[in-house]
Design a protein around this ligand. Structure first.
Ligand SMILES: Cc1cc2nc3c(=O)[nH]c(=O)nc-3n(C[C@H](O)[C@H](O)[C@H](O)COP(=O)(O)OP(=O)(O)OC[C@H]3O[C@@H](n4cnc5c(N)ncnc54)[C@H](O)[C@@H]3O)c2cc1C
Length: 592
């Protein structure tokens, strides 16, 4: 029987597992990933990739490859609500409303706050790209068509049995840690993990197809169109999204169409019933799409009770699942992987105590709980917007009468349109959730608090306020190094701490060298100032840093601030060793 010994075993080759493999490899940690399917997933599922996720991929030199194939921002800069896609009736092909999204159009604050643009890159293309990148690393072994069968853990590690599905050959794997990134299928249930929350909120079908819709789709900039159909309501009548891959907007070659069935309708699983339904909902009786795939999924909002089970850590959809509204699923799955990878690397390299891994749950679970609430609320918001449009569920006559009044060229029509514009403001929560995407932070975990209170956040999730307070993402500013403009986030190398100092340095550089030597932890030190090695050319950084030119900011390998000193300190090595020790769960004072 084949035996493999490896520091980290990763179960699942979705976005979370593949990103974990890549992030670990780039920090010098060997891993084995097993994925039960023979190849990456065949359904588009996640499409929207947020700025923060792109920042993480940028840190690991993976962002350019995504941008090379993904949809430019302009083409995802709007979301709209329409009556139908086709048809020539009085109320067909009418647009109720269009809202800006994801940093496109006038939402220029997105570009101010990040070096990366949000983009559209369907999971069906993201997973193969991540697989190729992960497999290319010497430290990684990626086995498709292999599934986890069973596992046990003891004080020193995991003993797992993996099976090659074609041959049924078994492999015994011995690992120090295991990441359960299996979408909640095997690992969590085997551990007895409890899933808390709401399930079965809607039963959805997604049809992934190829078709030329250019004669009907009259907009090049809407990522998604919601069709509001009096026969069902917007979720029931369908959501159509463009997918590219080489042409965008109306000339997109691929599309996905989500619509719902009653959960007790057996025809939802019959392919023959789907095409007539699509034709009816889109109002294209002779539509003959080339169907690439069909997926069934339920809308839920659930969170696992524990992320850490000894040497097993749950991540991504294995730990939390939410409605796709706001697009937080794959994004937060990759963010889990990023948070966990540096901690596993530090523990495996002997730079941190094993208890650093407790901070993974302490930091990421509250973020997931908040994301679930957000996704559920933005899911519910569609009831508000349907009502604003004038949809009366179960009463098509009343709905059509309302639609007619909505589009009428009279005072009532103008009032109805103005009212909908007010109601649609609430949809900024879903498509302009800038603070939800960039402002998540960690109040407890691998951070040394500085006593400042948790700042209040925009309750509607839009206004992101950059801060260097411990636990928060390092604010982005463009700075100049060797004649080139880079982001402050680019200064954080994978697996490496960064100490940012100002013009007066105040012995921080020497302190960092001393602490690095005593702890065996690499700490890059960089001076950002008007005339430093990294130049703050337009004072953007000075306005963001919240510490004086005597102060220092210690940034963790995941670009979150771990500690800061507002000014100079009498004993820099001691204060820095205390902070790093607190983050890594080690006593570095007595070590130095
Ligand atoms: C219609 C739809 C639209 C969405 N849109 C967005 C969006 O725009 N943005 C966004 O961020 N998110 C979106 N999501 C959510 C996103 O798809 C998920 O959150 C994401 O797939 C989670 O990734 P994951 O790697 O954690 O889990 P998964 O993608 O579920 O991957 C888990 C993998 O584990 C494998 N596995 C399971 N058991 C075993 C085993 N025993 N052995 C080996 N392998 C195993 C599975 O085969 C699977 O490949 C959407 C979801 C849906 C359904």
């Amino acid at each position: 029987m084949q035996k493999i010994e490896v520091p980290v075993l990763i179960i699942g080759g979705g976005g979370c597992g593949l990103a974990s493999s890549l992030f670990l490899s780039r920090q010098g940690i060997r891993s084995l990933l097993v994925e039960r399917h023979p190849a990456p997933g065949r359904l588009p599922k996640a499409r929207y990739i947020s700025q923060r996720t792109m920042e993480l991929l940028r840190q690991f030199d993976a962002a350019d490859a995504v941008y090379a194939k993904s949809m430019p921002l302009a083409h995802i800069s709007h979301i709209r609500w329409c009556t139908t896609l086709a048809g020539d009736g009085e109320l067909d092909r009418r647009t109720f409303y269009r809202i800006e999204s994801f940093g496109g159009g006038s939402l220029t604050h997105y570009a101010r706050d990040s070096p990366c643009e949000s983009t559209l890159f369907p999971q069906v293309r993201m997973e193969p790209l991540l697989r190729d990148m992960a497999s290319a690393q010497d430290e990684a072994q990626v086995l498709y068509n292999h599934q986890l069968v069973s596992f046990e853990q003891d004080e020193s590690g995991i003993a797992a049995v993996v099976q090659e599905r074609d041959t049924e050959k078994l492999i015994h794997v011995r690992a120090r840690y295991m990441i359960g990134a299996d979408g909640g299928k095997t690992v969590g249930p085997a551990l007895g993990a409890k899933i808390e929350g709401q399930t079965d909120l809607a039963h959805m079908v997604t049809v992934y197809f190829r078709a030329d819709l250019s004669q009907y789709w009259d907009d090049d900039y809407s990522m998604t169109t919601w069709f509001v159909n009096p026969q069902g309501g917007s979720w029931a009548s369908g959501v159509l999204g463009q997918l590219g891959p080489t042409r965008f907007g109306r000339h997109s070659e691929e599309w996905m169409f989500h619509f719902s069935f009653r959960p007790d309708d057996p025809s939802r699983f019959e392919e023959a019933s789907l095409l007539p339904r699509m034709r009816e909902l889109l109002k294209i009786p002779d539509l003959t799409p080339d169907i690439i795939g069909i997926g069934h999924w339920t809308v839920e909002g659930v969170l696992v009770d524990r992320y850490r089970w000894g040497r097993v850590l749950l991540a991504g959809d294995a730990a939390h699942r939410h409605p796709p509204t706001t697009g937080l699923g794959l994004n937060s799955a990759i963010q889990d992987a990023h948070n966990l990878a540096w901690k596993l690397a530090a523990v495996i390299k002997g730079q941190a105590h094993d208890s650093l891994l407790d901070s993974y749950e302490a930091e990421r679970r509250p973020v997931a709980a908040s994301n679930i609430q957000w996704a559920l609320m933005t899911f519910q918001n569609h009831q508000l917007t349907d009502a604003g449009i004038g949809l009366v569920r179960g009463n098509p006559e009343a709905s059509f009468a309302n639609f007619r009044r909505y589009f009428a060229d009279n005072q009532e029509g103008r009032t109805r349109r103005a009212r909908l514009a007010q109601i649609m403001e609430v949809q900024r929560m879903e498509w302009q959730a800038h603070d939800i995407e960039l402002g998540y932070h960690y109040d407890v975990g691998a951070v040394m608090p500085d006593g400042t209170p948790t700042p209040g956040r925009d309750p509607l999730g839009q206004t992101y306020v950059p801060t260097t307070r411990p636990g928060h993402r390092l604010p982005h500013a463009w700075v100049e190094r060797d004649g080139k403009m880079i982001s402050t986030l680019d200064l954080v190398r994978p697996g490496t701490f960064l100490l940012i100092v100002g013009r007066n340095k105040s012995n921080w550089t020497e302190a960092a060298a001393e602490v690095a030597h005593a702890s065996g932890v690499t700490i890059d030190v960089v001076e950002i100032s008007e005339a430093g090695q990294v130049r703050d050319t337009d004072s953007t950084w000075r306005n963001l840093r919240e510490v004086s030119s005597d102060g220092a900011i210690l940034v963790r390998p995941d670009q979150h601030v771990g500690w800061r000193s507002v000014g100079a300190h009498a004993k820099p090595p001691q204060v820095l060793a205390t902070a790093l020790g607190r983050i890594l769960q080690r006593d570095l004072i007595n070590a130095s």
